[in-house]
Design a protein around this ligand. Structure first.
Ligand code: SF4
Ligand code: SF4
Length: 762
C-alpha cells in the first residue's frame, strides 16, 4: 500500500565518517521517491525526535524509517503513535563490522536502505484483533503454589477461581512436618505456613474456591477460556484412560515415520479424547466459568515406590520413602514402623531413581534438601541419633548451602557419596551396604530405618488435568521429562498453549520457598496475558505485537500444514477442513506463514510478499564485477542479536552478505529461496536457534522445521541447475557471536568455489 515515508539517517556512531551519506540519500529519494530524507547525528536525542514528530504532523508521514543503530536499542524513543516505524541497522551490521570508506561497505549500506524502504512500502494498515475479554484467572491446584498464585492475583485485583481436587486446601504441605525458612541465617526449619495461606484465601472476596473438584474441560482461547469445573468422581478415571489411548495412538502414528511431519488428520480424529458426555447431559453436576488465563499448579506425585523393590521397599516395613518419613515425623515421635521402637539411626539413600529399572530422566535438588532436613528431625528428636546420608551428587543450591554446612558440622550426621548395593535384615534392624563411597570401599551401616529419596513426577505426566478442547488434543505438550515448558531457558512459566502458565512442581521439582516465588511469577504472567489480550496485543516473546495471522481462505487447499505445524495450537479446524484461527492463542511466530504452500497467510507487517520483495530489492552486480552476493535469513531471537554483538565487538566479516531478520527461522518460505536464486544471489544461508531438548528454539520447532524444509530444496536447485551447497542451514546460540565472521566467511569461500550464479542480470 502507499505510504508517505520519512527516512532519517543517523550520522553519529561513526556512520557519517564511514559512509557516503549523500549517496544513501540519493537511494532513498531517487530510487524510492520518499517524502523526506534527512541525515543528522543521534536522532534519539529529544531535539531530533521533535523534528521527526514535527515532520509527521506537518508532512502527514505515515511511516518513519530510522537508519542507524540496531533496532534492539532506542525502541521507546523511536515509537511514534499511529505511524509505522522501521529500523535499518547501519551501525552494528555495517560500519562497526566493515571497513570505512570502502566501496563494498557503501554497497552494503545502500542495499539495507533499499530493503528497509521496500519492506515499509509493504506494510498493511490492519487493526489489531479485539474481542471482549474476561480478566479472571483460573488456578488449578490448591497446594502451596496454587494458593500463593491465587492470593497474589487476587491482591492485584483479579477475580480468581481456585480448583483443588482434594476436599481441603493445602496439598502436600498438609502432610509435611517442617519446611525451610528461606530466610537468613538459612540453618533452621519451621512449621509449614500453610494455615496462614488458607486463612488469606478464605478472607479474600476475590477468590472462589472449589475443593473436591477437577477441571472437566477447557475450551476457547486467552481472554475467553470457558472452563467446566466438576465434582471429583469416577469420570476422571475414564477420562485418563481415554486420553492415554489417544496419546498412545498419536505416538504410534509419529513413530511410523519420524522423518516426515505428522500426516494430516481429521478434526474428529484429533478430538476423539474429548468425552462424549457434555455439560448439557442430564445428571452432570458442574459449574462453568469464563476466564482470561490459567495458572496450572497441579503439583507432583512421588515416583511409584514399587520401583524401589530391589532396595527392600515393600519387603521391609522399615524401608520407607521420604514422603512417608514426613508423615512419620508429623506424628510427633519418630518410631520404627515395624515395631514402634524409637528411631535412633536412619540411612537416607539419595538419587535412587538413577539406579532403578525405570529411572526418571532428571534429578533434582529437592531430594538432597529433604534428606538434610529430615536428618535434622532425627537429631532434634534424639540428640544421640545418627543420620547417614548417601548420595551420588549432593545438591544444595543457593542459600541452602548454609543449611548443608550446618548439617556437615553436626557430629551426628555422616555424609558420603555412595551407591546402594543391598538392604537386608541386620542384627537389630536393617543393614545397608553402599559402594563407591568417598572412602573408596564398600561400607555397611546398621540402622533402624532406611529412607529412600523418591523422584518427583509432575502431575501432568500421567493424569488428565487441563483437558483442553483443542484441535491438537487435550494435553499440554510435554518435554521428554514430562514437564510442560515452552522454553526452559528463556521463558519459565510458559507452556505451548498460550494463556496457560505453569508454576511449582508441575514445572520442575522445587521446595516450598521456590514454589511461592514461582507462583508469584506465574500469576504475573497470567495478569500480563489478560491485560495484553484486552489491548489486542501478543504475549511473550513478541509482547505488544498487534499483528496477527490472516488467511486468504478462498485459496486454501485444506492441506492442514498450518494447523499441524503451529507450535501453540492456535488453529482449530472448521468442518470443511480449513483452519479456524484463534488469534489470542497466537504467539506471532509466523511459522504458519512459512508452512503454507499457497502463501496465503500473512501479517500486516510480515508477509511472504514483503520478504520476497526485500530480496528482490538487493542490487546484484553482474558477474564481471566479481562481487558475489549472499542472503542470510536470521532469527530475530538469537542470531540477530548475536550479529549485533559481533558488530559491537568490531568483528569484521565479508561485506557481500545481506542479513534479513525473521521472527523465527521457521518463517522461511521456499519461494524466497527461489526468488533469491532467480535474481542471481549466489548463496543463501539460514541461521536459526539451536534446537533439541537441551536448547530449544524460541518457537519450539521453528528452527527444526526450517532445517527440514531445507532438505527439500534440492528440487528447486536441480530445476535451476545449481549446486546444493549454495544453501546452508546453521544453528547458532546467542553467545556464539564470536563465530559469526568465520561462519559468514567460510560460506563465502565455499561459494567462491562455484561459478557465479548464472541468473545474474535477469
Ligand atoms: S503465528 Fe505462530 S503461533 Fe500464530 S498461528 Fe502462526 S504458527 Fe501459530
Ligand atoms: S491456510 Fe495454507 S497451510 Fe493452512 S490449510 Fe490452507 S493452504 Fe494449507
Amino acid at each position: 500500500m502507499d505510504h508517505k515515508i520519512g527516512v532519517y539517517i543517523d550520522t553519529g556512531y561513526g556512520i557519517g565518517e564511514a559512509l557516503d551519506i549523500e549517496a544513501l540519500i540519493a537511494v532513498a529519494t531517487d530510487e524510492f521517491n520518499v517524502a523526506i530524507c534527512k541525515a543528522e547525528p543521534y536522532w534519539s536525542d529529544s531535539d531530533k525526535l521533535a523534528v521527526i514528530k514535527n515532520d509527521i504532523a506537518t508532512e502527514g508521514l505515515t511511516a518513519v524509517i530510522l537508519a542507524g543503530p540496531s533496532p534492539r536499542v532506542f525502541q521507546q524513543e523511536f515509537t511514534f503513535d499511529g505511524v509505522i516505524t522501521e529500523r535499518i541497522n547501519l551501525r552494528e551490521h555495517v560500519v562497526w563490522s566493515h571497513p570505512a570508506n570502502d566501496e563494498d561497505t557503501q554497497m552494503l549500506a545502500q542495499d539495507y536502505i533499499r530493503m528497509g524502504i521496500t519492506k515499509t512500502t509493504k506494510y498493511e494498515n490492519r487493526p489489531p484483533f479485539m474481542e471482549p475479554v474476561d480478566k479472571s484467572i483460573l488456578v488449578i491446584g490448591g497446594g502451596m503454589t496454587g494458593m500463593t498464585a491465587a492470593i497474589e492475583a487476587a491482591r492485584a485485583g483479579y477475580q480468581v477461581y481456585l480448583v483443588e481436587k482434594e476436599t481441603q486446601l493445602g496439598g502436600w504441605a498438609n502432610r509435611f512436618h517442617k519446611v525451610f525458612t528461606g530466610k537468613p541465617p538459612y540453618d533452621e526449619i519451621v512449621d509449614s505456613p500453610i494455615h496462614e495461606k488458607i486463612k488469606a484465601i478464605n478472607a479474600s472476596d476475590k477468590i472462589k474456591v472449589f475443593t473436591g473438584h477437577r477441571i472437566y474441560s477447557i475450551s476457547g482461547a486467552p481472554g475467553m477460556f470457558d472452563a467446566v469445573i466438576r465434582p471429583d468422581g469416577p469420570w476422571i478415571e475414564r477420562l485418563v484412560k481415554e486420553q492415554n489411548e489417544w496419546l498412545a495412538a498419536k505416538k504410534a502414528r509419529e513413530s511410523q515415520d519420524k522423518s516426515e511431519p505428522e500426516p494430516a488428520k481429521s478434526s474428529q480424529e484429533e478430538t476423539a479424547a474429548v468425552p462424549e458426555e457434555t455439560p448439557e447431559s442430564p445428571d452432570f453436576p458442574h459449574e462453568e466459568v469464563r476466564v482470561g488465563a490459567v495458572v496450572l499448579a497441579a503439583g507432583w506425585r512421588p515416583q511409584d515406590p514399587s520401583t524401589y523393590a530391589d532396595l527392600g521397599y515393600g519387603k521391609y516395613p522399615d524401608v520407607i520413602t521420604n514422603v512417608q518419613m514426613e508423615e512419620l515425623a508429623a506424628k510427633g515421635r519418630l518410631t520404627r514402623p515395624s515395631d514402634g521402637k524409637e528411631v535412633t539411626s536412619i540411612a537416607f539413600v539419595e538419587c535412587v531413581d538413577e539406579n532403578t529399572e525405570h529411572p526418571l530422566l532428571y534429578s533434582s535438588a529437592v531430594g538432597c534438601l529433604v534428606a538434610l532436613k529430615q536428618a535434622q528431625y532425627l537429631r532434634k528428636a534424639n540428640p544421640d541419633g545418627r543420620a547417614y546420608i548417601f548420595y551420588e551428587n549432593m545438591r544444595a543450591p543457593g542459600q541452602y548451602e548454609k543449611f548443608y554446612q550446618t548439617m556437615q558440622d553436626d557430629p551426628g550426621v555422616f555424609l558420603s557419596k555412595g551407591t546402594p548395593v543391598t538392604v537386608s535384615n541386620g542384627s537389630s534392624g536393617l543393614s545397608v551396604v553402599m559402594k563407591d563411597t568417598l572412602l573408596g570401599e564398600k561400607l555397611r551401616v546398621d540402622v533402624d530405618v532406611v529412607v529412600l529419596s523418591t523422584g518427583m513426577v509432575p502431575a501432568t505426566a500421567d493424569s488428565a488435568i487441563v483437558n483442553l478442547k483443542y484441535r491438537q488434543g487435550p494435553f499440554l505438550p510435554q518435554n521428554p521429562y514430562g514437564f510442560n515448558d515452552s522454553h526452559f531457558i528463556c521463558f519459565p512459566y510458559e507452556t505451548q498453549r498460550t494463556g496457560i502458565y505453569t508454576a511449582g512442581c508441575v514445572r520442575q521439582p522445587m521446595d516450598f520457598q521456590s514454589c511461592e516465588t514461582d507462583a508469584t511469577g506465574a500469576a504475573l504472567k497470567a495478569i500480563q496475558c489478560v491485560e495484553l489480550v484486552a489491548q489486542g496485543k501478543a504475549v511473550h516473546p513478541r509482547a505488544g505485537d498487534e499483528s496477527f495471522p490472516e488467511i486468504f481462505l478462498t485459496r486454501c487447499t485444506q492441506c492442514k500444514r498450518c494447523t499441524e505445524e503451529c507450535p501453540f495450537g492456535a488453529y482449530d479446524e472448521k468442518p470443511d477442513g480449513t483452519p479456524l484461527p484463534k488469534p489470542t492463542r497466537c504467539r506471532r511466530c509466523a511459522i504458519c506463514m512459512g508452512s503454507c504452500p499457497e502463501r496465503i497467510i500473512s501479517f500486516r507487517d510480515h508477509s511472504v510478499d514483503m520478504i520476497g520483495s526485500m530480496v528482490k530489492s538487493i542490487d546484484v552486480p553482474d558477474e564481471d564485477a566479481e562481487k558475489p552476493r549472499a542472503v542470510v535469513f536470521v532469527c530475530e531471537n538469537d542470531a540477530f542479536p548475536a550479529i549485533d554483538m559481533a558488530g559491537i565487538n568490531r568483528l569484521q566479516y565479508s561485506p557481500f552478505v545481506r542479513f534479513i531478520s525473521l521472527r523465527c527461522i521457521g518463517n522461511i518460505n521456499m519461494v524466497w529461496i527461489a526468488d533469491a536464486l532467480s535474481k542471481g544471489i549466489d548463496g543463501i544461508m539460514l541461521i536459526g536457534c539451536k534446537y533439541g531438548d537441551d536448547y530449544q528454539c524460541h518457537f519450539i520447532k521453528g528452527s527444526e522445521l526450517a532445517d527440514y524444509r531445507m532438505g527439500k530444496i534440492s528440487e528447486t536447485l536441480q530445476r535451476l541447475v545449481l549446486e546444493s551447497e549454495r544453501i546452508r542451514f546453521h544453528q547458532l546460540a546467542i553467545d556464539e557471536y564470536m563465530t559469526i565472521p568465520k561462519l559468514v566467511d567460510d560460506f563465502m569461500e565455499k561459494l567462491a568455489e562455484f561459478d557465479p550464479n548464472p541468473y545474474k542480470g535477469f
